[in-house]
Design a protein around this ligand. Sequence first.
Ligand code: COA
Length: 212
Amino acid sequence: MLPVLWWATWSASAVIVRPMSTSIPAVELHTRRLLLRPLQLSDAQQTQLLFPQWEIVRHLNAIVPWPYPADGALTYYRDVALPAIERGDEWQWTLRLKQSPEHHIGAISLHRTKPDNRGFWLGLPWHNRGLMTEAVIAVNDFWFDVLGFSVLRAPKAVGNLASRRISEKTGMRIVATEERDFVSGRHPCEIWEITADEWRKARALFHAKQQH
Ligand SMILES: CC(C)(COP(=O)(O)OP(=O)(O)OC[C@H]1O[C@@H](n2cnc3c(N)ncnc32)[C@H](O)[C@@H]1OP(=O)(O)O)[C@@H](O)C(=O)NCCC(=O)NCCS
């Protein structure tokens, strides 16, 4: 279901109210340490170098091929991700350190049509520095404040402790548990959820904590 969200733009004499469309494209997002750049086909080469690692794929949906083919990133971006972005169904970014923006270090995506609205991965050398938490805050803002959705859901393998911790830190709650097929096999999976109102409260708390 598309979010029905109306926004107002001032013209010289009147407020023009128009429906916000999900054809809104991803824009470049900035966090304290990261630049999130909308996905491009040319990103496939760097993804192919970083992504095919067991520690990265084992908790991902079984749709990810494993062993990962030599053209896995290129065919996924060209045949699946970029067409979905073009249709207005997905928004995808690569993560880049502001210090060295020429290479990306991971990716994050938002999905309108799937029951799972967000996915992310980060190259191994950059784990546990709080980087994906920064990216999640930026794309949650985009999902709720720019695209105007009212709820965001994300599945997590119960054993995916780092990803679950990001959900906890950013105010999500578990609404269901079910079995799902991951690259590493069939495992219990928790569905985490947050509403727009909950996100705005969590974001305010998160920023307040960071200032102390
Ligand atoms: C999930 C992932 C993106 C996290 O990226 P990251 O930048 O390392 O995450 P952050 O540093 O922002 O936060 C990770 C949190 O998990 C915690 N954590 C990491 N490993 C943990 C473990 N084994 N047990 C408990 N907590 C753990 C970290 O300490 C941190 O919490 P803290 O800030 O309270 O200390 C990264 O681990 C990854 O790419 N995993 C493989 C792909 C994947 O699983 N994607 C998600 C699918 S749902």
